[in-house]
Write a protein that binds this ligand. Structure first.
Ligand code: BTN
Length: 252
């Protein structure tokens, strides 16, 4: 294990050659009270990377970014925890934008897309005590130099988009800087500081196929509320907000 120095969110940067999952190691460190706010765990490869809804997350050893950030927010109410998704999605989308000359969008709740192709996924686990988020593990997988992605996934990487190879540590530092930026914004102005999230939403203002309680509907994304529910308009003009438990983008 190598401990590197950088500013702000990279102050405690722990890099590992191979791990089951950076999120799992982050949880272990937290449970042993061995992780300060701002600790970042980086792995060159993961044996058992985890994705949303129990899926696995595959990345190519030494090619992509797989990291987890540990946060100990000062006063984040559990009912406002979606702010962490916003901060992370803004930081990752800024990072991709810095290297790729394409439109980068946030697919609610927290995938980062170029066109319809996923370039990054985010997996957040919060430790809630009473009404507060006491700690958070923010896992980010970002496809960087991998050019042989699973054809079953509609996915891309920085290398596929640009035809270039990237220094992963430089991209990681950019990501941590942007994370710091949006984290500071949230700490300063709370939701007001994160309004850019709405502007970057994939399909915002467009009619698309979705499913609500498993039934196909046409809906137009308007925004995301502070609880992380997608606010959408239906064809009959009604506007309502739903969580992922009920509302999904239709599979193509
Ligand atoms: C998704 O399904 O889109 C979320 C993927 C999150 C992957 C990252 S890679 C680093 C961290 N460790 C994990 O096991 N998962 C997250």
């Amino acid at each position: 294990m190598e401990v590197l120095k950088s500013s702000s969110f990279g102050d405690h940067l722990l890099t590992f050659e191979e791990l089951d999952s950076t999120n799992k190691t982050a949880a272990e460190l937290l449970s042993l009270s061995k992780a300060d706010h701002g600790t970042v765990i980086l792995a060159n490869s993961q044996r058992d990377g985890r994705g949303q809804r129990g899926a696995s997350w595959t990345s190519s050893a030494g090619q992509d970014i797989t990291l987890s950030l540990i946060l100990k927010p000062k006063a984040l109410r559990a009912d406002a925890q979606f702010a962490l998704s916003k901060v992370t999605a803004l930081a990752v989308s800024d990072t991709v934008r810095a290297y790729v000359n394409e439109e980068v969008r946030i697919k609610w709740p927290n995938d980062i897309l170029i066109d319809r192709k996923k370039i990054s996924g985010i997996l957040i686990k919060n430790e809630i005590v009473g009404e507060l988020v006491m700690a958070s593990i923010i896992g980010v997988g970002l496809n960087v130099n991998n050019t042989h992605l699973d054809p079953d996934h509609v996915a891309t990487s920085l290398a596929l988009e640009t035809g270039k190879k990237f220094d992963r540590m430089e991209v990681t530092r950019h990501l941590l800087d942007r994370f710091q930026h949006w984290w500071d914004k949230w700490n300063g102005a709370r939701e007001e500081g994160l309004v850019s999230y709405s502007d970057r939403l994939w399909t915002r203002g467009r009619w698309v196929d979705m499913t609500l309680d498993g039934e196909p509907i046409k809906a137009r994304t308007m925004d995301v509320d502070e609880h992380g529910k997608l606010i959408m308009e239906r064809e009959d003009g009604t506007v309502a907000a739903y969580g992922l438990d009920r509302l999904r983008f239709a599979k193509r």
